[in-house]
Design a binder for this molecule. Sequence first.
Ligand SMILES: Nc1ncnc2c1ncn2[C@@H]1O[C@H](COP(=O)(O)OP(=O)(O)OP(=O)(O)O)[C@@H](O)[C@H]1O
Ligand SMILES: [Mg+2]
Length: 314
Amino acid sequence: MGKMDLLVVGELNIDLILNQIQGFPEMGSEKVAQKMDVVLGSSSAIFASNIATLGVDTAFCGKVGGDDFGHMVKETLKAKNVDTNFISTADQLQTGLTVVMNYDQDRANVTYCGAMEALTMEDIPWDRGGTFRHFHLSNYFLQKGIQKDITAIFKKAKAAGMTTSLDLQVDPDDQWNFDYEECLPFVDIFLPNEAELLALTGKGSVNEALEAVKPYTNTVALKMGMKGGLVCENGQVTEVKAFVNDQFVDAIGAGDSFNAGFISKFLEGADWEACLRHGNLMGAINTTAAGGTGAFNSLKAVKERAKSQFDQEI
Ligand SMILES: Nc1ncnc2c1ncn2[C@@H]1O[C@H](COP(=O)(O)OP(=O)(O)OP(=O)(O)O)[C@@H](O)[C@H]1O
Ligand SMILES: [Mg+2]
């Protein structure tokens, strides 16, 4: 069997998005939303779906419950050419769900983790480890079942010959219980955003935070929203500005699309500047349509958007 490009390990959930809500939720009262969408959620799945659309041969390892949402998650990923053979079903559990109350630029989310918490290190197809080139894990804080083994997981991925990347995402409990000194040496590309890097290190500025993680990291690719992104490797910084998007819809999944653009270029052997430019472009394209995958229906659609809106050939 030929080598696949990428194994993504992560959380899976459905997003139930409520839009045009008449006011904020209030105890004892009822609000009406004018619009509802039920779509594939979860940072890891948005990343997998979008990087597969960009042409990267991708498999997903995760857990869903034995319900219709689990079925929907798997079918949606399959439709985007993601190999779902390593997604297991925990019949006695429910698939994760996020209720998103969307208000213009911002949103209030409530997540039920369900089966995503039951994913453990043992669920990862290590016997097939050698058949993937790259290993990506996202949303560490929502996956209780893998937390204690996070360093062992990355050690094992490296030992299997894969390059590795990690996007921790935000800690909803604001505890930031992640031993970066122990784990990050086994992560080739660490992909935080500014707020996450500051919270993790307890530092007051991005420079101090980059300095704090420097002894333990290989490459940090930092997401900076409308400012773009930077790579820090051995204290050497490469920074690339964001694309200007004058047709902003929402930023749901922009970070995951940045990751997809960045890692897809990395797998082509491109330099950091090209990886950043592609990450920024995919992040910007993400913000031109609703949700995390709306702008990534096909490679053709992505190419057309890159050309028409950002004057970029991909
Ligand atoms: N309004 C915007 N206009 C242009 N580009 C954007 C915009 N918002 C985000 N991007 C691009 O997307 C990238 C990732 O976005 P961001 O920094 O918000 O990631 P994040 O905080 O990890 O997001 P997420 O909430 O999806 O995890 C940015 O580095 C930037 O290149
Ligand atoms: Mg993010």
